[in-house]
Write a protein that binds this ligand. Sequence first.
Ligand code: FBP
Length: 250
Amino acid sequence: MKQDRMSPFLKDGKSMLLAYDQGLEHGPSTDFDDRNVDPSFVMDIASKGGFNGIVFQKGVAERFYDGKVPLIIKLNGKSSLPKGEPVSRQECSVEHAVSLGAKGVGYTIYLGSQHEAVMFSEFGQIQEEAHRRGLPAIAWIYPRGEAVKSDTTKEIVSYAARAGLELGADAVKIKYTGDAESFSWAVKAAAGAKVFMSGGPKAPTDEDFLSQVRGVMGARATGVAVGRNVWQNPDPMAMAGKLKAIIFGA
Ligand code: FBP
């Protein structure tokens, strides 16, 4: 049987990934404090917390990646400053990601944006090159822009999952719909592309967040790719342990 390109990031077919590209997406004063502004703090959480992968932009990887956890390089990104229809363009090549030690590449697509065609096209090129090199192409698929009324309904989240499948993503990172039953439709729509829940802003309580993760796993998703709910937590290791227990039943 052909090996699953996502296998470097899987344990028993499940996975938990730590995302840390928010410095570019949101800016340091929105998301960071004195601890987590330092990328080594987050690198440490990834390895000591048992994460199956870490997501960095290339500049952070060049200075802080320590090789202890499989690396995913985000190949596009944008700041929170421009207004209007969102677009995120490629700023790192697959070749450079590989030279940094990446075992996977990530790319954000704003489904529904007036600029979605640009992102479809860039992701298409990236997916083909990543596959030539044996790497998975992971699509962050966020419905966004004037045409999108809500980004968490069953209809729009399953559309995101299906778009990822159709565009050739090995895995999709999508928002939670709010319950396991509707999320399981998105998992079905992904038809074999691995499904990861994207975390979002830190939930009011740990339990609020963990109940979402239980719903995600109950829907037979692969796992989570989260950031703020872990490295903004006062005790990131305890949160990592609780996630592991839900995702792997460990
Ligand atoms: P979080 O778990 O912190 O939400 O991280 C997931 C993520 O996809 C990041 O990779 C990315 O920086 C961020 O969310 C994008 O956030 P936004 O929804 O504001 O575009």
